[in-house]
Design a protein around this ligand. Structure first.
Ligand SMILES: Cc1cc2nc3c(=O)[nH]c(=O)nc-3n(C[C@H](O)[C@H](O)[C@H](O)COP(=O)(O)O)c2cc1C
Length: 132
């Protein structure tokens, strides 16, 4: 069984292309060494991330993320157990989208991504991660 954790976090400052690049390099290297996989979605200053792997490894990395100064806040959306990884080929898949893209996927018209995440169910957000 694998453990998974889905959370969202708010960026302290806007991320540049260079910021994304160094974040992903750092994350992918550590995730590979800890056998963690998952996906990171960024939308207009808000991140949604799924981390999956051994429970202690996922929690160790999440602890680091909660202390990361690049985020001003983060909140766990859900945790669970799964027999198969969702992202077994990715030490950390990444996608940067706009609110308009999410609105198109969801056939809705939200203005604020953080408000959307707070009101959406965990299963809806897992599906969004998969299709975005
Ligand atoms: C949005 C976001 C996502 C991150 N995702 C990961 C990740 O998947 N794996 C990882 O090792 N670090 C990730 N990090 C970086 C960690 O917060 C941390 O800087 C890094 O793991 C080093 O941890 P340490 O400072 O405890 O040594 C992420 C940071 C941010 C801001």
């Amino acid at each position: 069984m694998y453990y998974y954790l889905l959370y969202f976090g708010i960026a302290r400052n806007p991320f540049t292309e260079e910021d994304f690049k160094s974040l992903l390099e750092q994350a992918r290297e550590r995730n590979e060494s800890l056998d963690i996989t998952g996906k990171l979605l960024h939308c207009e200053g808000t991140f949604i991330q799924l981390l999956e792997g051994k429970k202690e490894n996922v929690e160790e990395v999440y602890q680091s993320i909660t202390k990361d100064n690049r985020l001003i806040a983060n909140k766990t959306i859900t945790v669970g157990a799964t027999t198969e990884r969702y992202y077994k080929d990715w030490s950390m898949a990444f996608k940067d989208v706009a609110m308009a893209d999410i609105n198109e996927i969801e056939h809705c018209s939200h203005h604020d991504v953080a408000a959307y995440i707070k009101s959406a169910s965990a299963i809806k957000l897992l599906k969004l991660l998969a299709v975005a």
